[in-house]
Design a protein around this ligand. Sequence first.
Ligand code: COS
Length: 380
Amino acid sequence: MISFQLTDEQKAMQTVAREFTEKEIIPIAAEYDEREEIPWHVVKKAHEIGLMNMSVPEEYGGQGIDALTAAIVSEEMAYGCLGINGTYGANELALAPILIAATEEQKMRFLPDFCATPKLAAFGLTEPDAGSDVANIQTTAVLDGDHYVLNGNKCFITNGGVAGIYTIFASVDRSKGFKGLTAFVVPADTPGLSGGKKEKKLGDRASHVGEVILQDVRVPVENRLGKEGDGFKIAMQTLDTTRPGVGAAAVGVARRAFEEARKYSMQRVQFGKPIAANQAIQFMLADMAMKIDAARLLVWRSAQYLTLDKQVSMEGAMAKCFAGDVAMSVTVDAVQIMGGSGYMRDYPVEKLMRDAKILQIYEGTNQVQRMVIARHILKP
Ligand code: COS
């Protein structure tokens, strides 16, 4: 039986996240967008009240929150600011390979210590020549005694350069293609690992995205996740688990834009009546509301599948893709409804529109999501 009712616990978490967003995120979101900086004090507070490292089980120092509840929380926080939500949301992405592939000993070695303080993590997959084409990773990992020596450059890495811990994907044998990819946990203070250029972005500016340079980085064999060659599948399984959360953030961005446009349309008077009295505006708002609800249902379904440990590749891709496209179209329409005011920085919708674009790009472009969906629906 399908129930659209949240449990008491889910409602309580939603309230905590909503209040946190209203009090801590919304008042400073525009300022940190302008400054293009992480609000570290917000990261600290999110950690204090248990809104970071949500997917990490309690026995490893995290919050142990199920995927559906985490999606509900992400929607609320992205409603306030996508960049701020993404800053600590990147921890879920970067720590997922450890949750998926680490041994018990590795989990105990890496997670409790990391989760104890408000630190950020980074997922080191993307490279200049390996974006959608993950198998083309050029970073190499060469075994030398009881260490691997990593060399290469990662780009567009959220928290790259400011993280305390990295999950890095490198090839132990480039001739093997995806079968050579191997995953490693690399603490930030490992000699040879450094942050490179910090990117200047269209939107999502309160998050730090930068290069990660690996120069003769010696990583002990015991920091390898799984076996040599397991890296590609670990990366894919990771993205399967995190795409519902990206969809949830997209719903938050879209909902905020919708609410701003709705409020404005009922207050703004032209030709002697609020613009919301015009059917042209009503139909736009109706479409926005409909798309947001549909996106949330796809997100909740995929998150619930994750919670139930069901295969979620296709459902996660659908949720991420649909919700990302909805966030883009709804924010564009919100700017349109608000006209000149919508275009100005005095109102939040221009930022929402700039922020929304990345939702169609990161954690797999929406074209890649359609590839994943197509491969599933065309399986013999
Ligand atoms: N879970 C487990 N295994 C998976 C998998 C998944 N979700 N997806 C693929 N695999 C396996 C395949 O089964 C195949 O293994 P076998 O040959 O043993 O069967 C192997 O991985 C290779 O898969 P495939 O041939 O589909 O790989 P492709 O190189 O064609 O890549 C896409 C597939 C494009 C879907 C993948 O590279 C991708 O998701 N790219 C986007 C990456 C991304 O999101 N980047 C953003 C950076 S993180 S912000």
